[in-house]
Design a protein around this ligand. Structure first.
Ligand code: FUB
Length: 448
């Protein structure tokens, strides 16, 4: 009996692990909500530092997380090396942060709510290791709200990004509504000169400074809901030339926050969205995309995907209209030829949301991560998974031999097993299937 219980417990654990860890390539962390990524490459390893969303209706953020990887696909949880409680002057709001390496030490620049000076403030912790332990390097905040008077808001001193240039000079940019910067001293915990400001179109927050070749890139969250835009310069202090939007906003959360790095010669764009089940504005998740610079050094448009760095994208080809593929279109679902954008017809086939046993699958949209194909009144829609069992059942299908041709595939509803996915007048429906033409309409090929 004990053994049976043990086997059952092990099976349950494996099932849970499979459900929460294995199937989705984005987001990269699925057991908690993570936000505001920053990343650093040190000694052949990429270290990813994130915020930790614990709220539902507002930001509840008490600590920062660390993950590491040597291939950008498999990530090791390095725990919680830093919390707001490490800063005696801070009282909450572990907002965006960044870690950089300089002269044998790791410096973690954070923002948090100040206990006695109204508003957000920037502090710095230090460690001899990228994974900590980190301790407050100053015992007080480096930047407080009373030092900056360009705007009346109390949350303008947030989102520090720190860049160590090849000559060793270090720069810190930060801000909300107004983008500011200082030159840090070589001790990394003080700065020289005055606080400068930079004018960027529709600057909201989340600056990130990096260099590629001899060009400096200042990317940032633009407008609201936030898109990610960037500017370039031949100097780390500007003047900056605005270059446009890199990543559009998506429906899963209003903020975005990027980190742009290169690892083993491959550039990566790291950001957050609300694509986990029940995810949203205060339950965000860190995701990663590969990209390549354009030949002229400009950044390409980068789409958010569910498949991330190495996930498999599939298409569903119609049996009787073989030039047509299942696509989403205005949150509806249909078959179409010449799908534009192509990604509207790409699906990530993941274990069924209601049942992850073999052959049960769900269809996650590749370019609308977190959105799944579900039936509703026997019609189909592309909707954000809200974590409910009702949604999960409507979005789960059993892969069976094609009803018209057993070399192809048909998809049987999980909660209405007498019905199958079919197209009818090019629209997807969930119908009982009996006639030969219905069998053809309900038969598909899973292709690339
Ligand atoms: O996570 C709290 C705040 O939301 C960050 O500091 C901003 O960049 C935005 O992502």
């Amino acid at each position: 009996m004990r053994l049976v219980l043990k086997v059952l417990a092990t099976t349950l654990i494996i099932t849970l692990l499979f459900t929460f860890v294995c199937y989705a390539d984005n987001p990269i962390v699925e057991n908690i909500y993570t936000a505001d990524p920053a990343a650093m490459v040190y000694n052949g390893t990429c270290y990813l530092y994130t915020g930790h969303d614990e709220g539902s209706t507002g930001y509840v953020m008490n600590n920062w997380k660390c993950y590491s990887s040597t291939d950008m696909v498999n990530w090791t949880d390095r725990g919680t090396p830093l919390a707001v409680s490490a800063f005696s002057w801070a009282k909450g709001d572990a907002w965006a942060s960044q870690v950089v390496y300089k002269d044998g030490k790791f410096y973690w620049y954070i923002c948090a709510e100040h206990k006695s000076i109204s508003g957000k403030a920037i502090g710095v912790a230090v460690s001899a290791s990228p994974t900590g332990p980190f301790t407050d390097a100053l015992g007080y905040a480096l930047i407080t709200n009373d030092m900056t008077t360009q705007t009346d808001i109390s949350w303008d001193d947030i989102d520090p990004t720190v860049f160590v240039d090849s000559d060793g000079q270090t720069y810190m940019y930060w801000g909300n509504t107004v983008c500011k910067y200082v030159k840090l001293n070589s001790d990394m915990i003080s700065y020289s000169g005055s606080i400068n400001t930079v004018t960027l179109p529709s600057f909201t927050e989340a600056p990130w400074l990096h260099k590629y070749g001899s060009t400096y890139y200042l990317s940032y969250a633009y407008g609201w809901p936030e898109q990610i835009a960037y500017a370039t310069s031949s100097s780390p202090t500007g003047p900056w030339t605005y270059r446009g939007i890199i990543m559009p906003a998506t429906g899963t959360c209003s903020t975005n926050h990027q980190a742009i790095i290169e690892f083993n010669g491959q550039p990566y764009f790291i950001y957050h969205n609300g694509s986990l089940p029940a995810g949203g504005d205060y339950k965000r998740s860190v995701c990663i995309e590969k990209f390549n610079y354009n030949a002229d050094g400009t950044l390409p448009a980068i789409a958010q995907t569910s498949t991330g760095v190495d996930g498999v994208k599939n298409r569903l080809q119609s049996y009787n209209f073989p030039t047509m593929f299942v696509r989403h279109s205005n949150y509806d679902a249909r078959i179409d030829a010449d799908v534009d954008p192509f990604m509207d017809s790409q699906w990530q086939l993941v274990p069924g949301l209601a049942n992850s046993a073999a052959d049960y699958i769900s269809f996650q949209s590749v370019n609308y991560p977190g959105y799944y194909l579900r039936h509703y009144n026997y019609d189909f829609a592309l909707e954000k998974y809200d974590g409910t069992s009702n949604f999960a059942e409507d979005a789960t299908f059993k892969k069976v031999a094609g009803l018209k041709d057993s070399a192809w595939t048909s998809f049987q509803s999980y909660n209405f097993p007498s019905r199958y996915i079919r197209h009818s007048n090019y629209l997807l429906k969930l119908d009982p299937i009996s006639s030969d033409s219905e069998k053809q309409d309900a038969t598909f090929k899973i292709t690339n």
